[in-house]
Ligand binder design. Structure first.
Ligand code: CP
Length: 306
């Protein structure tokens, strides 16, 4: 494929290839000289129509480690504010000879729309509540690392606000392709009805789900994407659905703790759990650079093959 629009469109072999290639780039970025020349003939535009800390910096570092030329665009400080359309914005940037576009946009259809209109390769860095494919890939990479390399039969539970999370859907697709057993757990109001039809177990019981899983991937409540009058108080949410120190202390086996960030400390996860010895939250961020290097490198290779 010329684009990475979502995990849904990748095969299991594509996912395995990306993760195996990322292993090699992880070794590269731990060397004293962290750069390789692979993309020195490639220009990448990072277009962010929504806020980001991790994804944006991670992609920019991945591009620089591959020796690509990079340009960064933030909608908040651009002519989008004067009414310029998405297509006009992108076509103007592409006129400056850009080969690849990494884009975050609040509209789920934005990346597919662009893919039908432009020649550059597009990487989805998050589209509304739909998909965040490179987050799922770095999550899967980090889970493989923590669990000994193979996710087949491993039990992964995604906790929290599933309805408003693009990370949840991309994780489900990615983990199923790698043979893991996937469960989601949260309040019934924050779990969409179609989850069971995707072959995902659904639970509303946090204690039972923590006892079931090998990995707990904890998601934040996305207050910016919902009408706050439907949300319980955050203190109540923590009491009933939070990954608290008390809940984790009651377990009779270690559970790997993950979170894509940004964390709402004391809401979906307690600080003592997020910063515990079983947490790999910062390893996820570290692995993200190698995974994004792999995605960009493989896409550039496909472009050259035509
Ligand atoms: N995990 C993630 O996408 O974080 P940012 O929103 O900061 O990029």
């Amino acid at each position: 494929t010329k684009h990475v629009l979502g995990i849904k469109y990748l095969t299991a072999a594509d996912v395995e290839l990306i993760l195996d290639t990322a292993l090699q780039f992880k070794e590269v970025i731990n060397r004293p000289i962290k750069k390789v020349p692979s993309l020195r003939d490639t220009t990448v535009a990072n277009l962010f129509f929504e806020n980001s800390t991790r994804t944006r910096i991670s992609f920019e570092l991945a591009e620089k480690r591959l020796s690509a030329d990079t340009v960064n665009f933030s909608a908040a400080s651009s002519s989008v504010k004067k009414g310029e359309t998405l297509l006009d914005t992108v076509n103007n940037i592409l006129a400056m000879k850009v080969d690849m576009v990494v884009m975050r946009h609040p509209a789920p259809g934005a990346h597919h729309f662009l893919a039908s209109k432009i020649d550059a390769s597009i990487v989805n860095a998050g589209d509304g509540t739909h998909e965040h494919p490179t987050q799922a890939l770095l999550d899967a990479y980090s889970m493989r690392d923590a669990l000994g390399g193979d996710l087949r039969g491993k039990k992964i539970c995604i906790f929290g606000d599933i309805t408003h999370s693009r990370v949840a859907l991309s994780n489900v697709f990615c983990l199923q392709k790698l043979g893991a057993k996937v469960r989601v757990c949260g309040p019934p109001t924050l779990i969409p009805k179609h989850m069971r039809s995707l072959g995902v177990e659904v639970s509303y019981n946090v204690d039972e789900s923590l006892a079931w899983c090998d990995v707990a991937n904890v998601l934040r409540i996305q207050l910016e994407r919902q009408d706050t009058k439907f949300i319980p108080s955050l203190r109540e949410y923590n009491r009933h659905f939070g990954i608290t120190r008390e809940r984790v202390d009651r377990l009779d086996k270690p559970v790997v703790i993950m979170h894509p960030g940004p964390i709402n400390r004391g809401v979906e996860i307690d600080t003592a759990v997020a910063d515990s010895e079983h947490s790999i939250i910062l390893e996820q961020v570290e692995n993200g650079v190698a995974v994004r290097m792999a995605v960009l490198y493989l896409l550039a290779a496909r472009r050259k093959e035509g």
